[in-house]
Ligand binder design. Sequence first.
Ligand SMILES: *Cc1c(COP(=O)(O)O)cnc(C)c1O
Length: 379
Amino acid sequence: MIPFNIPPLIGVEEKYIQQALKSQKLSGDGLFGKQCQKWFESNLPARKTLLTPSCTAALELAALLIGIQPGDEVIMPSYTFVSTANAFVLRGAKVVFVDIRPDTMNIDEALIEAAITDQTRAIIPVHYAGVGCDMEVITSIAERYSLYVVEDAAQGMMSSYKGRALGTIGHLGTFSFHETKNYTSGGEGGLLIINDEKLVERAEIIREKGTNRSQFFRGMVDKYQWVDIGSSYLPSELQCAYLWGQLSCVSQINRDRLAAWKSYDEQLQSLAHSGLVELPAIPDDCVHNAHMYYLKTRNFSVRSALLDYLKSLGISAVFHYVPLHTSKAGSNFGRFIGNDRYTTFESERLLRLPMWFGIEQDTQDEVVRAIYHFYAREN
Ligand SMILES: *Cc1c(COP(=O)(O)O)cnc(C)c1O
């Protein structure tokens, strides 16, 4: 059996979790939490970062922070995870979906302007597979129309666009440390990256249940109290201790994943040359993090057949996402602007191959052999 994913584990995480247990301080923003945030602030770098229980929570915090109100509109691709949309729908916003580019599966920056109305408040680019959207075009449109940019960089840690880390280019950015992502904080976790100085103070308040507790601990106010709306968006120290272990080995994990990605890519080239599959494209402006390796079959029915074939050999390949505008909630809470030229068609032929930190060459070879065998049978 070849699984689709194995959560990243270096080995040092256990030691840090033990340390956190011994410290008898397990709630949020303890030693490990603070250490992780400092790491991100100096390594991304970023003005301010706040750990959250998930990327979903970070997106919700972002929607609260930029003051999304009922009737507001936010623009995003339909080809994304439900949390990208939910965070804004929870605040009463209408989601406006635009088509993707077939080469990167990212929002087509050329279609954004036509989707802007008087109600538009924000653009939410999703960096699919850790490959950057065209942020130059997106930030210039946002500036022209005074819109916020919230990057859903759930898959984008250690990736960059024109030399800048994904998540640090818009006003706000979010990472996920879910066990399926490149780095995990023990199953669930996330990060809010605050690049707009004006949003820093309120971000801390909303994350701390609407209190000025963070300012109190810095000695800036003499008592802490309820000052704004808020919720609880802090991960526990145990999650942060796991993440600290991963952060201490970031280059090792990144190098290993890139090597695995390259191995798939090289071995599948000849199948791509014969026109049977399409492989991911990395634009020149982007450095990626090997978050996933996918291929595209000719169409939906070939993908189903390939999936079944791999499954019969014990290989777990998966597909995602069902375009949000075609889903029940998506059609209630959003609308698609322009033609769905690529979103549905491309999503129906994309197949993700098994990929994790530490995947063995033999395992990858077995997956590749199975794919070649499938196409040899087909023809
Ligand atoms: C994984 C993912 C999320 C959600 O992350 P969680 O940490 O599981 O909440 C959001 N958006 C995208 C694009 C993702 O891939």
